[in-house]
Design a protein around this ligand. Sequence first.
Ligand code: ZN
Length: 370
Amino acid sequence: MAGLVTAGLAAVVGIACGLPASHTPAPAHTEVAAAAQYAAAPRQSAIDADYYLVDSSGHWAAPRCIDDGVSGPRVQPVFVYRKGSKSRYNNFRVIMQRSTYLTTGIFERSSGTTRTVRWVHDAACQPVHWQVAVPASKTHHLQSLRQYLTRHDPRFRRTDRVYSLWVDSTTSPTWSGLGGDRWSATWSSSWGFVWVDAHELVHALGALRSDAPHATGKGHCYDGYDVMCYKDGGPGWQKFTACPWPSSQYRLDCGDDDYFAVKPRKGSWLARHPRANVARSRFVAKVPARALSVPPPPPTGVVRNQYRVTWQVVPGVRYDVGTLDADGSITWLAQDTTSGETLLVDPSLRVFVRAVNDAGYSPRVRAVLG
Ligand SMILES: [Zn+2]
């Protein structure tokens, strides 16, 4: 965890997504050796993933209700765990849900809120997660995951679905995720468990073509620090930064000319290649523009005694309550609570409260003895 605190810059270098899955070599006979190598990387905790969510605060947007939530093309988030192991889904459920808010925010904030992700969602417009178990040896690569799931589970055979996998397993240390051809995956061994899923989803939707104006040739771009650009070793890479870090970090397509534009410039490459434009993907909905919220202010009146912590409740805001251990690790006592009180089991713990809404988090407020 401590090593992750300085990861702001490392993120630029480390978003080693790897190639779109359709271009990656098959694991085939090397699978056993590769699995041993993959297994050496540690899986991260929900707290590590939360760290990156905090960084993205202010860029989220609530997923929208699109028709009945299931008809037509949809993106299906899936939590994959290793068969025979206990599922850690409950540790990651909130992270996954908030990450779909970030992905939605990235699409909406890159399109003047006129394009949004067509999630599979419930009656409350919340993306529906599936939980599936896969034999550990099949969990290290998108290709083996895809093969296993399509073979053993008919739900994964639909061509009107994009499967966005959150894999609680390890993968190659050279990438954080893989995506292409309606499938994407990010692994809990990569610190990019959050945000990388948005990047891989854009790959799953077909970006970036190698003939795009600022393509590296390996599925990414070089004209700035948007969601899809990084120095990936591709032959087309050039040193050129039109959109600087970090302002464009949570936006699609610096310059609106390579893979995502609501209105590509007339006569431009993207206008002439509408199928390369993810804004026109069937998994992306055209929606009326709306006003997006900003993160809530920090909670006030945060006081505690030995047995409970209380604070002032603001309507429309939810709260996360956590305890901070000496080594900096966090245990959540409550997340998304709308009450103004949480009971404390251990009176010696340091307690903090933060507010959360559709756009992100407030700073944490430490509870003082009242
Ligand atoms: Zn990538």
